[in-house]
Structures are given as structure tokens and as C-alpha cells.
Write a protein that binds this ligand. Sequence first.
Ligand code: AMP
Length: 220
Amino acid sequence: MRNFVFIAPPAAGKGTQSKFLVEKYGYSHISTGDLLREEVAKNSDLGIQINEIISSGKLVDDNIVLTLLKNKLTSVLEENKAFIIDGFPRTPNQAEMLTKCFNDLNVDNYQVIYMNLDYEEAKKRVLGRLICPNCGKSFNDLVESLMPKVSGICDSCSSNLEKRSDDTEETFKDRFDTYINNVEPILNYYNDLNKLINVDASKNAEDIFKNIETYVTGVK
Ligand code: AMP
């Protein structure tokens, strides 16, 4: 199976698409945001520093994120699993770091999926996002197709849904600005490497998945 790297604005549905790939094809989902939040949960000195940065909507230091990512990727490759990287690279420098990391770990079979979404839609997705703390499923109380059947309750496991603490209007602007300032050179970089796939992320999650699925075994 082919490995994937997802590039998208905040809340474009990378997590949802990753979940589909995990459930249907057994992919391993590596989210740098999740790896950082795990570090925060340890409440170590590093975790406290990381938490301050995440809460401000800024980017954590490249080397910190790369170290967490490389450790996780190494263990996933040891299990012989295909992977999705979600949240890295976020800058052109990180794209080069990732290529080097892939070279070190002998990863060549990958494709970069760009999930394109405009500012207003991304904002709605961030401000309305609700996450199930139990099963990880994601909902949205501002986007009709993503609303839970019962307000505030997970459709799958009936747990109370939660908001992410950094999903605020204030940090959204910073997070989106950072994204816009970096995305173009990253896309050019992967286009030049002939690794880029474009996906329209304004469609519903099932249609996006049908599109992404066609790349899993390299049929396209
Ligand atoms: P996410 O869950 O992908 O939205 O990431 C949440 C936050 O973690 C981001 O707003 C950043 O502060 C931090 N973060 C995640 N991935 C990276 C990365 N590749 N480089 C720097 N900071 C990151």
C-alpha cells in the first residue's frame, strides 16, 4: 500500500480521512498535533513549553516535532504498516526535513495529498469542530453534513463531545495565516518531485474518501 502525507488547512478533514484509511485499510495514522498533545499530557518541562506554543496558534520548533515524528515513524515501519502523516510538513524547511527523514528510513512509496479548502469554510470547520474524547470521531455544529444526530453527543459511542482548546477565533486566524504563508512553496516542492495529488476538501467526507481511496494501491 502507498503511504500518504496530508497537507491541508486546519480542520479540512485530514483526521476524518485518516480515520477512514485506518479502519478500511489498516493504515497507521501519525498526527504531529497528536504527538505534541501526548507530550503536553505528560506535563514535563518540554510539555509545558509546547502547550504555550500550541495555545498561541504558533508553530512548535521544527527539531522537536521532527524528533517525535521520526521516532513514531520508525516504530510504524518496524510493524510493516503503511502510514499517513498528518500535520507535517507545515513549512518548506519541514518538507526538506521530511525528505531527508524518508531517505534515512528508506521510504520512497508515498504521495502527498493536498486537501484544498478556502478561509471561510476552514473557519466554520474549526469554530464548529467537536471531537469525541472516547472514539476520536469528529463532528461539527456549524456544518450541516457533519452535525451529530443529537447535539453534543457522539453518534458512534454516545460520549459527550468536546471542543479543542485551540479551536478559537483568535488562534484560527494565526493558524490559517501560517498555513497560507507556507503552503504554496510546499506544494511547488512536491509538484516538482511529482508526488502531489489535489483533492477538493469542500465536498462531503464520503466523496473525498472515494477519491483518496483510488490512490491507496496506486491504481491511478
Ligand atoms: P494540529 O492538531 O495538526 O492542528 O496541530 C495543533 C498544533 O500543534 C499546531 O497549531 C501547532 O502549534 C502544533 N504543530 C502540529 N504539527 C506541527 C508541525 N509540523 N510543526 C510545528 N508545529 C506543529
